[in-house]
Design a protein around this ligand. Structure first.
Ligand code: NI
Length: 191
């Protein structure tokens, strides 16, 4: 297991479209080791998710997990999920405002509008089909990670730049209000 370097905004790799993964390469020990390293790196950095392209490997793979996360103490929990070649499809037109941050965008958060209900089609790390639905804050987390595979960072989707803030100022001025909104989102969509 090794920890991988996380690309920071400005690194050209973050603006590439990640390529599809074949079943053959997914099955190799090298690729499985890479997925283990991706997960270890996400956990080490307290990320809610990490896309392969963020560790300089532009393939369509991302890991998502939310436990007791000090970066996002208000987020509903998500069990460890590895998505390979994911495709997200909105299940309705409903959206919500999500305060997001990113391991590739140091010390910045901002409000992004996300679909509230998504269908997720992907493979798991063993090539088995994933076919499920995610809602609310969890849907925002999935959309953020899959955006990375299409060269999109959350700041591209921030419609009001005045919502941008450092993590310290988020904690000082925004977190209490956003926690209240998260409670409403969780009450509405269950996650
Ligand atoms: Ni990110």
């Amino acid at each position: 297991m090794s920890l991988l370097a996380i690309a920071q905004i400005g690194a050209p790799v973050l603006r590439e479209r990640a390529r599809e993964v074949t079943r053959e390469e997914l099955a190799t020990p090298e690729f499985q080791q890479f997925i283990d390293d991706l997960i270890a790196t996400m956990r080490d950095a307290n990320g809610a998710g990490l896309a392969a392209i963020q560790v300089y490997n532009p393939v369509r793979v991302c890991a998502i997990e939310v436990g007791d996360n000090p970066r996002y103490p208000y987020k509903p929990k998500i069990p460890l999920t590895v998505l390979v070649n994911p495709v997200l499809t909105p299940l309705s037109a409903e959206r919500f405002d999500n305060y997001e941050g990113c391991l590739s965008v140091p010390d910045l958060r901002g409000v992004v509008s996300r679909f509230a209900e998504l269908h997720v089609a992907a493979w798991d790390r063993h090539g088995n089909a994933i076919d499920h639905e995610v809602r609310g804050i969890t849907a925002g987390t999935f959309a953020h990670e899959v955006d990375h595979l299409d060269a999109t960072l959350f700041i591209d989707r921030v419609t009001d730049p005045r919502t941008l803030c450092t993590w310290k100022e988020f904690t000082r001025h925004q977190e209490t209000g956003f926690r209240g909104r998260v409670e409403q989102i969780v009450a509405r969509w269950g996650s």
